[in-house]
Write a protein that binds this ligand. Structure first.
Ligand SMILES: NC(=O)C1=CN([C@@H]2O[C@H](COP(=O)(O)OP(=O)(O)OC[C@H]3O[C@@H](n4cnc5c(N)ncnc54)[C@H](OP(=O)(O)O)[C@@H]3O)[C@@H](O)[C@H]2O)C=CC1
Ligand SMILES: Nc1nc2c(ncn2[C@@H]2O[C@H](COP(=O)(O)O)[C@@H](O)[C@H]2O)c(=O)[nH]1
Length: 327
């Protein structure tokens, strides 16, 4: 692969404005049978989303993916969302017990609108088998499969029946995969997204490495239909997890799903914990993302997200860690 780059290496080039106000720009996106306010979804991690946040997001027209780290709660969660007439969007892994869970949902006729298969190395027979299992038992559920980092993986998962693939191995803020294994898309996530998007015939979700709202527009430019974000959603009033005070300032924990804090043991650790300065309300962050993206659309010379896909860009510099510290 030549000419790799990451978010901070790219600037999008403005095109002539066609709106009188940024409020005319429409940030909505359709994924499967539903349309959402933003092409953004908070990461399915335990310090980013819980039931309360899922309800808030669904009620207010945002996409969400519930995490899979309290598996015993998932059935009740789906029923609760459906009793409120909200979409149910859950995560599963690939271990044996997950097969039984999918069959149980099918037998009880409980059909989540979205199921995300969430494992570290998604280009695997384990994920292909799980896609096929879900499609057999819950054909109406929209299946997102990941994570992957190559066009070959995107093609294979799509071929197995995935309705969307999630791209990003190692670019996350609390990720240490790139350090511990030497593998991944960390440092060139945006170029990997472009590479994968060229092979995709279904939507791609860019996952990890977003550090600013402008990176959302850059993801859309390079082929993402949706962007999954952890760190920018960490540290809110509503965020799950511990709050600490340091030098009179409040911080909230944000830890990786493959960290010892999530796993409860130091085995195959590929994630770390950090403390994020308290950011205020989730509503304000979502509003700001919408306004910034409306502005991006106006700079792209359009009124809809698609306008961003056609803009020119320049490579302004190159870096490996996208502004992150190694540890
Ligand atoms: N996007 C990313 O870059 C990454 C994300 N994560 C997140 O961490 C969480 C835990 O992920 P994960 O450990 O996959 O989930 P699980 O612990 O549920 O593991 C899933 C299965 O895949 C196996 N497995 C895990 N990693 C590999 C690998 N590299 N090669 C072959 N088999 C593997 C596991 O076995 P065994 O453990 O015995 O190997 C297990 O059987 C997820 O939420 C995932 O999204 C983790 C790392 C990278
Ligand atoms: N390598 C690891 N990646 C992880 C882990 N936990 C989550 N993640 C991935 O990070 C993104 C969020 O990235 P951010 O840059 O927006 O903070 C998340 O969606 C996962 O794909 C982990 O322990 N190790």
């Amino acid at each position: 692969m030549e000419n790799v780059f990451d978010y901070e290496d790219i600037q999008l080039i403005p095109a002539k404005c066609v709106v009188n106000s940024r409020s005319e720009c429409d940030t909505s996106v359709t994924l499967g049978k539903h349309t959402f306010k933003l092409p953004v979804v908070p990461a399915n991690m335990q310090t980013i989303i819980d039931e309360k946040i899922a309800i808030y997001l669904a009620e207010n027209g945002y996409f969400y993916v519930m995490h899979r780290f309290e598996p015993e709660k998932r059935l009740t969660f789906i029923k609760d969302m459906h009793s409120r007439e909200l979409i149910a969007s859950i995560s599963v892994g690939v271990k044996e017990e997950e097969y039984g869970f999918i069959e149980q949902l099918s037998n009880d006729n409980i059909v989540p609108e979205y199921i995300t298969i969430d494992i570290a190395h998604g280009h695997s027979n384990a994920v292909i088998k799980m896609i096929q299992h879900i499609k057999k038992h819950l054909p109406e559920s929209f299946v997102i499969a990941g994570n992957v980092g190559t066009p070959e993986a995107v093609r294979e998962l799509e071929h197995a029946g995935a309705d969307a693939t999630k791209v990003g191995i190692g670019p996350g803020k609390v990720c240490i995969t790139k350090i511990k294994t030497g593998f991944g898309t960390g440092g060139w996530q945006l170029a990997a997204l472009r590479w994968c998007a060229k092979a995709a015939s279904k939507p791609i979700i860019a996952d990890g490495g977003i550090r600013t709202n402008g990176d959302i527009a850059k993801s859309v430019r390079f082929g993402a239909s949706m962007v999954m974000i952890g760190s920018l959603f960490a540290g809110h009033e509503e965020s799950p997890g511990q709050t600490i005070e340091k030098d009179g300032k409040a911080f909230k924990e944000y830890f990786g799903s493959a960290s010892e804090f999530q796993k409860g043991e130091k085995k195959n650790v590929e994630g770390k914990k950090m403390f994020v300065e308290h950011k205020g309300s989730l509503e304000d962050t979502l509003k700001e993302m919408e306004q910034d993206l409306q502005s991006s659309i106006s700079y792209a010379g359009g009124t809809k997200l698609e306008a961003i896909r056609n803009v020119d860009y320049v490579v302004v510099k190159n870096s490996i860690f996208n502004g992150d510290k190694v540890y």
